[in-house]
Structures are given as C-alpha cells and as structure tokens.
Design a protein around this ligand. Structure first.
Ligand code: C2E
Ligand code: CA
Ligand code: CA
Length: 521
C-alpha cells in the first residue's frame, strides 16, 4: 500500500547528502570571503599611516568594506537558516505518513509523549482511539493505488475535522488511523452515541464509484502526562481488536483484554509445541445413509492440553491460522487422517480444509506427497470447504479445487446456509456434496417452515446432481423429517459423537441392529 518512489529519482538519502555537501561548501566559501575581508582591513589600517594617498581614500574603502561585509554576513545567515530548515523538514518527514501527511506511528507516539494540556481545567486524561479500516486492501487491489490513497486521505480528513485542533491524528498502520484528544465528556458522548463510527462508515466517493470502508474503533483512556505512549497505543489497538471481534464496532480498553492477550500468546506457543510434538489428535464422527449404514466419517481435530483440558477447535484452529500455523495444522490433519483411513476400507473420510490451505500454491504438492507417503487413494477422501472460500475464490483457489477433483477427491460444502448461501453459485463450482448446517436441523419439528427449507435444498441439490447431508442431527424425529424431505445422509450426536479411531472400527463391525437401537435411543 505504500506509495512507490518516482521512477528514476535518486534515493532520498542520496539527494539529502548531495544537498548538504553543496550547502557546506557554500558556507565555507562565505566564511573564507569574510576572513579575507578582515585580513584586508587589517592590512589597510597598518599601511594607511605611512601613505597619505591611502589615508585620504580610507573612508571610501571603509564604506565599501562595510557594505561587502554586510552582504557576506547576510548570505552566511541565509545559509545557516536554510540548513536549519532542511534539518527540521527532514525531521518533519520522518514523523509523517507520505500518503496522508498525517503523523506516522513514530510521530504519533512522539506527539503523545510530548502532549501537555493547553488549559488548566482539562480533565487530566486523554482518549486514544485506534480506528481500523476494513477492506482497505481489497479497495487497493480492486481500484488501484491512487483510489486507495484517496480513500485513506478522505478518512483521515474526517477524523481531523471531527476532532478539531486539540487532536493529533495519525496513520499508525497500513489500515489503522489513530487519534488522541483530551477526554472531554463531548468525546465520550460522541463515541458511545456512535457518531464517530457513523462518520467513518459514510461512503467515500472515488473515480471507481462510492466505497464503504467498515471501521472499528478501540478506545483507551490514559492519564496525562503519558509516560508509556507505546503501551497506551498498544492497549488502544487491543481494544480495536475486541471491537472487531465482537462486531460491535466500538470497544474500550480494560485490563482483562491484556490478560486475554497474554493467554492468547501463551496458547500460541503451546500450540506450536503440541503440533511439533504430535500431541494433537484426530477423532472421527460417523455419517450414515438412508439405510442407517455408516458410509463415512468426518475427521475432527482435538487438542488435549496437559493443564488446560480440552481446548476446543473453534478456539485453536483460528488461533493457529492467525499465528501462521494454518498450513502446518492442515497438513497434520491430512497426515493423521490418511494414516487412519487404512483402518476402514470403503469408508469416505471427510477432512476440513481451511481457506488458508486452499489459497496456498503448494497445497496440491503437499497433498500429493502425503498420498504417496501413505499409499492411499484420493477417492477415499472428501475435503470440506466453507462457503466463504467460494465467495472470495481467486484463481489459485479455484485451480486447487479443480485439481483436487481431477485427482479423485470429492468436495463438500460445509456449514451450508450460514454464510452468503446462494444456491445459484453451486452449479458454477466443483462441488459434490452440501452439508446442511445444524442451524437448519435444530428447528425441525419445532418451526413449521423448517422442513420446507430442507425440501427446497434437497430438490435443488438433486436437480444439479449434488449430494446432501444434514449436520447436527440430535433426535430421532429430526432424522425422520430429514428423510421425509429428501435429505438422506446424516451426521450428529444421534448417530454418534466424534470418537477415537478404534471406536469407529467397533462401530462398523457391530451388528446393524445394535447400532440402530442405540441410535434410536
Ligand atoms: P464443523 O466442521 O462444522 O464440525 C462439526 C462440529 O459440530 C464439530 O465440532 C462436532 O463435534 C459438532 N457436532 C457434531 N454433531 C453435533 C450435534 O449433533 N450437535 C452439536 N451441538 N454439535 C455437533 P468440533 O469438533 O468442536 O469442531 C468445531 C469446528 O472446528 C469444526 O466445525 C471445524 O470448522 C473446525 N475444525 C475441527 N477440526 C478441524 C480440522 O482438522 N481442520 C480445520 N481446518 N478445522 C477443523
Ligand atoms: Ca466440517
Ligand atoms: Ca459443519
């Protein structure tokens, strides 16, 4: 997102170096000229007594010398001032963001450290706001750099005009603006009333059309003077993360956020170690067809933590991804599932695959290596992807999906109905199965429209040749309604909880009647 230097221009440090060399040389010459004048005056004064002609010309000579001295002294002063201004300008540039001309991260922290209230009745505390700009990268990618820069400048100007002269506004990250301002009650009201959020969320006009940049604001109130500015900004950033995570768009810093971050950092380190030590486990949840026969299993990861107990995958999977471990975790799940698949010939093993894995240009190579290492066939496996992957699908993702299918893997669309579900795009993507989310299964038998939705999804899936499986089936009556509405495959606690590999073996070896009666219980 940085504005590139103009092509062919010498680098800034080279230009500054050349300029200061010229300035120093000019100053030295001026100084030499002044010294020469002093020397001439001395010479004339000593020789005037012995030469009457020289003595009579002295007033004119003095006048000339004084005039030249004045010119030289003025020039020297100008050089001096120019050099001081140059140094101040360089310092100014070092503290400014080149795109918005707002303070940069350094400048913002510096201004915060040096801030002193202008009047004595200020409340004694400052509000530091970190304002994140969502989708900015997307805007740069889609509309180009000059549009992206324009959007940034517009949003920065909004903050400047909203907070007035008492505030300092900065751009402290690629997509993060920041403000600090005396924490007046007006500011507090404007924040709580959502005025700042609304102002930032107004559309920005660009040559490529209006764009909306969803913002989130984290606020930290600190006492003046601010002795640890970087800490204060970090805490405002933490509040910003909380505002984004909660979806509320606004959050205030509190000590628990600091603890949560520390816990998160500890967990991250422990997860890295668990992954390396092979301490993560795979459990498998059975899937059945219309006759109740187990036709497949979904591989689900577990982290039995030595002191914290079971850490849920809903916690550690996103954490691993945020920590850059997404591909390693995905590889681990495939490695274990490929190995365990040998236990159950004929069963389909469904493996969750994250968008991070699918976006990786090396994903296919990893899959091929693992297939070869374990000597297993692609058509034993199904990869579960989420709707978001299709929505933001780029050429790498689509290429990877198509290649997986050509290799013989099946693709299932997970959590169907929870995202931006559009049945219309199903036909356009290489999908073999959809998994109807639990949210559509739970209300079956409780809400009259619930079964119609299952019927609509089943009919359409049949029309486009895609299989359907319902997730989260917990009761016999849900299973009966699903079957009556054309959805024949099911997975859920009724059929079986996620279990150890050995238990799946027992399940498929048990007499059918036993399984059925247990399931019906
Ligand atoms: P998911 O892929 O939608 O997996 C189904 C989740 O629903 C599992 O939660 C499963 O235990 C739970 N579940 C199954 N049947 C029922 C039911 O009848 N009632 C209820 N209430 N829940 C049921 P789990 O194992 O906690 O996994 C949560 C999520 O974590 C998964 O959702 C998946 O998105 C992610 N995950 C798990 N393992 C992996 C993995 O190896 N890789 C990736 N990328 N994600 C994984
Ligand atoms: Ca899944
Ligand atoms: Ca699911």
């Amino acid at each position: 997102m940085k504005r590139p230097a103009s092509p062919g221009a010498p680098p800034e440090h080279a230009r500054t170096g050349a300029r200061s060399l010229v300035e120093h040389t000019t100053s030295a010459l001026t100084a030499v000229a002044l010294l020469t004048l002093v020397f001439i005056v001395g010479f004339l004064v000593t020789h005037a007594a012995s030469s009457p002609a020289l003595a009579s010309a002295m007033p004119a000579i003095y006048a000339g010398l004084i005039a030249s001295s004045l010119v030289l002294v003025r020039k020297w002063k100008q050089d001096w001032n120019a050099r001081r201004a140059g140094q101040a300008g360089a310092a100014h540039m070092a503290f400014r963001d080149p795109v918005t001309q707002l303070l940069n991260a350094e400048g913002f922290a510096d201004a915060l450290a040096r801030y002193a209230p202008k009047n004595d009745d200020a409340e004694g505390s400052l509000a530091i706001l970190c304002v994140s700009l969502g989708r900015l990268k997307d805007i740069y990618d889609r509309l180009g750099e000059s549009c992206g820069d324009e959007v940034l400048r517009d949003l920065g100007a909004r903050l400047v005009s909203a907070f007035g002269d008492d505030a300092s506004v900065g751009r402290i990250g690629e997509d993060m603006l920041a403000v600090f301002h005396p924490a007046s009650s007006g500011i507090k009201l404007a924040l709580v009333g959502g005025q700042i959020n609304r102002l930032m969320d107004l559309p920005v006009a660009t040559p490529g059309g209006d764009v909306i940049v969803p913002s989130a604001i984290g606020v930290n109130f600190v006492d003046m003077p601010v002795t640890a500015p970087r800490d204060a900004i970090r805490q405002a950033r933490l509040a910003n993360s909380a505002a984004r995570a909660s979806g509320s768009g606004l959050a205030f810093f509190e000590a628990s956020l600091d603890h949560a971050q520390r816990l998160q950092m500890d967990l991250e380190i422990e997860l890295r170690q668990a992954l390396q030590a092979g301490e993560l486990q795979m459990v498998y949840q059975p899937q059945i067809n219309e006759t109740g026969a187990t036709i497949g299993v979904e591989a689900l990861m577990r982290w039995p933590h030595p002191t914290r107990g079971q850490v849920p995958p809903a916690v550690f999977v996103p954490m691993a991804e945020a920590a850059g471990l997404g591909e390693a975790l995905g590889r681990y799940a495939m490695d274990r599932s490929f190995a365990d698949s040998a236990l159950w010939p004929g069963l389909k093993i469904a493996i969750n695959v994250s968008p991070i894995q699918l976006r990786s240009p090396t994903f296919i190579a990893t899959v091929k290596t693992l297939l070869a290492q374990h000597g297993v066939k692609a058509n034993t496996f199904e990869f579960e992807i989420t709707e978001g992957v299709l929505l933001e699908a780029d050429t790498v993702v689509l290429g990877n999906l198509e290649q997986l299918r050509r290799m013989g893997f099946q693709i299932a669309l997970d959590d169907f109905g929870t995202g931006y579900s559009s049945l219309s795009y199903l036909g356009r993507f290489p999908i073999d199965k959809i998994k109807i989310d639990r949210a559509f299964v739970t209300p079956l038998g409780l809400r009259s429209d619930a079964s119609s939705i299952i019927r609509a999804i089943s009919d359409l899936s049949e029309a486009i040749g895609v299989k359907v499986l319902a997730e989260g089936v917990e009761t016999r009556s849900q299973l009966d309604i699903l079957r009556a509405e054309g959805c024949n495959q099911a997975q859920g606690y009724l059929i079986g909880r996620p279990m150890q590999p050995g238990q799946i073996t027992d399940l498929i070896n048990a007499p059918a009647s036993d399984i059925d009666s247990a399931r019906a219980a």
